[in-house]
Design a protein around this ligand. Sequence first.
Ligand code: FMN
Length: 318
Amino acid sequence: MINEVYEYQKLVVQNRIVRAATNDYCGEEDGSISAKQIDLYRHLAQSGIGMIITGNFFIAEDGRLDSNQNTIDERFDHDGAKLLCDTVHTYGSKIIFQISHAGRKTKVSELLAKHFDSAQEIRDEEIDTIITGFAEASRRAKESGADGVQIHFGHGYLLSELLTERKDGVEIASKLFKAVREIVDIYPVLVKVNTDIPDYIKKNFYKCCEKYAIWAIELSGSDFIQKTKKEHLYYVKDIQICKDSCNVPVMLTGGLRNKEDIEKALSKGANLVGMSRPFICQPDLLTNLDTEGSRCVSCNRCFHIYKERKQHCAMRSE
Ligand SMILES: Cc1cc2nc3c(=O)[nH]c(=O)nc-3n(C[C@H](O)[C@H](O)[C@H](O)COP(=O)(O)O)c2cc1C
């Protein structure tokens, strides 16, 4: 099952394994793509991952999370992005650009983060600008050769805040999908969303995804950081909830650490499975998946260790 080819809306993926979006803290300060990033993605693609979702690109300066994050606003590094896509494609892997607005999590300034703190106070004109930002970002991704985009509706970022804290949250999502579709037409558009949101929002959102022919819904949550090494398959029960609500393929991410976890997720109905920390720990994990599971201990040091000592994982010295 793991190695079965997956095809949906004409996009063919060589197996069911996805590297979930992972910020690598290696972009250039001006938001362009660094040589180090090209290398990182080359290693991932070489190891046989079916699809790689990039770390989140910010769609506007006020939605920037991190100083070494890549931009997909008007300063987008088109040549770097094209090289990134070509590099991944050389090894038969697919590449999806994740696009985001960090909202209250932005580190641009405390004042700005505070401004986004109340979902109710974000003005309609601002929401329109943000929607245009996502649509334009999707266009840039498509032009650079990416196989699709993933819109980040999870982890407390702006779209997840709007979706869950405003009465018109699903309406905003619908407006955004419409704007994206108008600009990219038929093109794989994925979403990542938290499962720990109220049921009625979740189900309406899933239906909205179906209406706009979303390529896949990635099930996630904000609580993955609190999970212990012993916990696996954090969001597995949501596969069925999603499948019962809409006819959109599902990708499950969070706490998949070995072949058994992956097979279980697929047998429960996931079309694809995502892993993030296991690939930080072992970019070539797939080459020995049959004999051993991931060495990742879910310590979460990968969130800061690169800035401290230019190392990606506490479990490997590089
Ligand atoms: C260092 C690091 C960076 C991450 N960056 C992103 C990101 O850019 N976008 C995103 O949606 N999720 C991001 N995540 C979350 C992962 O995609 C994933 O949802 C989460 O780590 C749970 O999966 P895992 O148990 O396989 O690590 C990041 C996680 C880590 C550890």
